[in-house]
Design a protein around this ligand. Sequence first.
Ligand SMILES: O=C(O)[C@H](O)[C@@H](O)[C@H](O)[C@H](O)COP(=O)(O)O
Length: 222
Amino acid sequence: MSDSPRDQLAIQLAEAVAEALRVDLTHQENALLVVSGGSTPVPFFTALAAYELPWARVQVTLADERWVAEDAVDSNARLVREHLLQGPASAARFVPLTSDDPTPEQGAAAVAERVARLAWPASVVILGMGSDGHTASLFPDSRELELALATDAPALAVRTPSQPQPRITLSADRLHQARRHVLHITGGDKRDVLARALSGDDVRELPIRAFLACPLATYWAP
Ligand SMILES: O=C(O)[C@H](O)[C@@H](O)[C@H](O)[C@H](O)COP(=O)(O)O
């Protein structure tokens, strides 16, 4: 791995997450790690996968997923399998957010049940953020945004005009259930969106605001 600021950031985040899992596993049987998809986490996944941890006691799931086949190029499950569940981390138990149902509306209840059985509170929830201020699949233009912010269901289907595929997302309530929250972002655009988010309150405008007071440890590099 090169030592670009983004790679250094990924290494620092991996170190913090590995330590969090190690600490939690000294006093609980299983520890849950919730990761995000997208492009930003790839070097972090690679760095974390190399840690020697009791991975068989680590559960990994996603903050959100596109309702696509697990081998589709834009599947977050595929991303996790290819970059995180490698080497020592291949012993972790990955719990995907999709089912064989044709739509997320049909599959959401089964996925929610699966998610509810995990080892909550999560050791770490790692969020990404888009330039529209979305996080997980809580998009400003999601039809189900209000519901996703208010429901105590663990997961729900979302339809978003700005996105090509239907998705499933963990609800804000479920994403709040963690010992530690991290925002992992890179680049000037996202720095500016975060600055905007910090200077206002309207969660519907910039859904990342729902997590700013978690507290949210921010890992940012240019
Ligand atoms: O794409 C996803 O699967 C996640 O839903 C999304 O919330 C992601 O974390 C942000 O869109 C940032 O994505 P990038 O890291 O690709 O910028």
